[in-house]
Design a protein around this ligand. Structure first.
Ligand code: ATP
Length: 262
C-alpha cells in the first residue's frame, strides 16, 4: 500500500480510492465498480465531503424505520464491503439483522470472496471495543450476524437474469432494506414489491435516490457512522411521514450553497 502522509488534504479520499483499487485487484469488484466510485467522489466534492443537515435527518429517519421494521436487512455490494464492511457489521449487530451480499453483476466467486472478507472484518470488529450504549452481549450479537448471499433461492420480481437473484431469508422476507449504492432498476423493483427501501447514494439525482423510500445523500462510510451514532444515542425516534422528494431538493440546495461559498 502506498503511504499517504497525514498532512495530505485528500488523505481520506485517497485511502478510500486505494481500498477500491485493491479490492479490484483481488477480483472482488465488477469492472464498473471503479466508475461508480468515481461518480461518487465527484458528488462528494460537490457536497463538501461532509454529512449535510438533510443527510443527518435522513439518517435519523432511516434508523427509526429500520428499528421499527419486523425483518430489516442490510444489502451490500463490493464497494460497500470494501469501504464500510465493519460498520455494516456493527449496524447489523445493533439492529439484529442479517447482511446479504447482493451483486448487480453476480458471480459465485465475487460473492464468496466478499463473504470471506466480511468474516475477516467480523473478527476485527470483535477485537475492537464494544460501543457504549449497547444493551445485551455485544460479542454475541456480532457473532450472530447472519451473512447471506451464497445460495440465492429467491427472485426479485420485475428483474431478469442474475441481478434478480437474492435469498428468501434476507431480501426476500425483508420489509425494510438498507441498500447503499443500489442500481435504479433494482431499487424500483424492490419498492414495487412493497418493501421500504433505504438508499445511501452521493448522487441526489440518481434514479435510485429518486425511487427510494428514504435516501441518505452521503458517503456510505460516513452515513453508516452517523447511523451507528444515532443507534448509540438511543433516541427512540419513531418513523415520520417522510417526504423523500423534498429531502432530495434540500440536498441540492446544500450543494448550491456550498458551491456559492467555494
Ligand atoms: P442509477 O441507476 O440509480 O441512476 P447510476 O447508474 O448513477 O445509478 P450506479 O453506477 O448504479 O449509478 O451506482 C453508483 C452510485 O453510487 C452513484 O450514484 C454514485 O454516486 C454512488 N456512490 C459511489 N460511491 C459511493 C460511496 N462511497 N458512498 C455513497 N454513494 C456512492
Amino acid at each position: 500500500m502506498v503511504e499517504i502522509p497525514d498532512s495530505h488534504p485528500r488523505k481520506k479520499s485517497l485511502l478510500s480510492r486505494q481500498k477500491i483499487v485493491e479490492g479490484n485487484d483481488k477480483g472482488l469488484l465488477a469492472e464498473s465498480a471503479m466508475i461508480a466510485h468515481g461518480r461518487g467522489e465527484a458528488f462528494d466534492y460537490l457536497l463538501g465531503e461532509r454529512t449535510t443537515e438533510s443527510a443527518e435527518s435522513a439518517i435519523r429517519e432511516s434508523v427509526a424505520r429500520l428499528r421499527a421494521a419486523n425483518n430489516p436487512v442490510i444489502s451490500v455490494n463490493g464497494n460497500t464491503v470494501l469501504l464500510a464492511g465493519k460498520k455494516a457489521l456493527r449496524l447489523a449487530a445493533f439492529l439484529r439483522c442479517p447482511i446479504e451480499v447482493n451483486l448487480y453483476y453476480r458471480t459465485p466467486e465475487r460473492v464468496s470472496g466478499l463473504l470471506s472478507l466480511l468474516e475477516k472484518q467480523r473478527i476485527l470488529v470483535l477485537e475492537e471495543p464494544e460501543p457504549s450504549g449497547f444493551e445485551g452481549d455485544w460479542q454475541e450479537s456480532v457473532r450472530n450476524v447472519t451473512l447471506l448471499g451464497s445460495s440465492p433461492d429467491f427472485r426479485i420480481e420485475g428483474l431478469e437474469g442474475p441481478r434478480s437473484h437474492c435469498t428468501e431469508e434476507g431480501i426476500g422476507n425483508a420489509d425494510s432494506i438498507l441498500v447503499p449504492l443500489e442500481d435504479g432498476d433494482r431499487c424500483e423493483a424492490l419498492v414495487n414489491l412493497g418493501k421500504e427501501v433505504i438508499v445511501v447514494d452521493l448522487n441526489p439525482l440518481s434514479r435510485s435516490a429518486k425511487m427510494a423510500t428514504v435516501t441518505i445523500v452521503d458517503e456510505v462510510s460516513r452515513a453508516f457512522e452517523g447511523m451507528l451514532a444515532e443507534l448509540i444515542a438511543d433516541s427512540n425516534r419513531v418513523p415520520t411521514d417522510w417526504d423523500n422528494a423534498s429531502a432530495l431538493r434540500d440536498s441540492l440546495v446544500e450543494i448550491a450553497e456550498f458551491l456559492s461559498k467555494s
